[in-house]
Ligand binder design. Structure first.
Ligand code: FE
Ligand code: FE
Ligand code: ZN
Length: 290
């Protein structure tokens, strides 16, 4: 099973530290932001200990495809209201793609954005315009649009909305999708019937475009349109359903990334990954971690 989690990317070891953190959890995949997710301040990639990070990945037999980069959530490609925001989104996204390529990663996960005060159709058109405004997408990088919960004015809540965006992109071969189990639950999909979800995904988007899975439980009921991640087995989806999704042979080759919350001050990932690998859930595990 290809399992990873969201890890830090901070001084002094930067990306090398990210890989070390992931390995300490028993992960064979990871996801990181290239800087603080809420701002655009970024350090040059040359200072991020990339050769050391790559050597560690190679030593542990982890391909660079399983190092996922997440774009900061301040980028709103669907904002058509303020042209300067759209311009910033375009510029920053272009530089983020460049960084992803310099790091040697492949998949850059991006939220399609929020339409703010307009309407979903206007937001979808703005998102298409922003993405088609990216002139050069580096050769090996792929932008993975994430399935969203539909909180507030988020677009990308349904597979149909993502399909509509994908259909209108100029460089279709440069795009893929990241499926987030918490988000699709909150959007109304039934994660307990993961094969059914994959069938629908395949019919509307095409399963070959699925490149990353975010494996999270949800604090809210199906269809709540909330987006609050829960630890595995501590939410409304439940451990067994998430385990079945992670074990599904149709997505065997795809990295599953945990974005579950810390328990008190402690990262839950070593425990969650171990439970997924063994297939055995330990009732009350999160209480012991506190
Ligand atoms: Fe995300
Ligand atoms: Fe996610
Ligand atoms: Zn989320």
């Amino acid at each position: 099973m290809i399992l990873g989690c969201h890890v830090k990317m901070t001084s002094p070891l930067f990306v090398e530290g990210s890989v070390r953190e992931a390995l300490s959890y028993g992960a064979n995949a990871l996801m990181l932001y290239t800087g603080a997710p809420q701002n655009t301040k970024r350090r040059p990639v040359s200072e991020m200990h990339i050769p050391e990070a790559k050597a560690l990945m190679a030593e542990n037999g982890i391909p660079m495809e399983h190092m996922i980069i997440h774009a900061p959530y301040l980028i709103n490609p669907a904002n058509s209201v303020r042209p300067e925001v759209m311009e910033l989104a375009k510029e920053f996204l272009a530089s983020e793609l460049q960084r992803t390529a310099e790091i040697g990663a492949v998949n850059l996960v991006l939220h399609p954005g929020s339409y703010t005060v307009t309407d979903p159709e206007t937001g979808i058109r703005a998102c298409i315009e922003t993405l088609n405004g990216l002139h050069e997408i580096p050769e090996n990088t792929v932008i993975c649009l994430e399935t969203m919960a539909g909180k507030g004015s988020e677009i990308g809540r349904t597979f149909e909305e993502l399909a509509e965006i994908l259909e209108h992109l100029d460089q279709k071969e440069k795009y893929g999708v990241c499926l987030d189990t918490c988000h699709i639950n909150d959007a109304g999909y039934d994660v307990s019937d993961f094969d059914g979800v994959l069938d629908e995904f395949d019919r509307i988007i095409g399963l070959k475009l699925l490149r990353v899975i975010h494996l999270n439980d949800s604090k809210n009921i199906r269809g709540a349109r909330k987006d609050r991640h829960a630890n595995l087995g501590c939410g409304t989806i439940g451990f067994e359903n998430l385990l079945k999704a992670a074990q599904n042979p149709r997505v065997q080759h795809i990295a599953k990334i945990l974005e579950t919350p810390y328990v008190g001050d402690n990262p839950p990932y070593a425990k969650e990954i171990a439970m997924l690998r063994s297939g055995i859930y330990e009732e009350g595990w999160e209480e012991h971690l506190k």
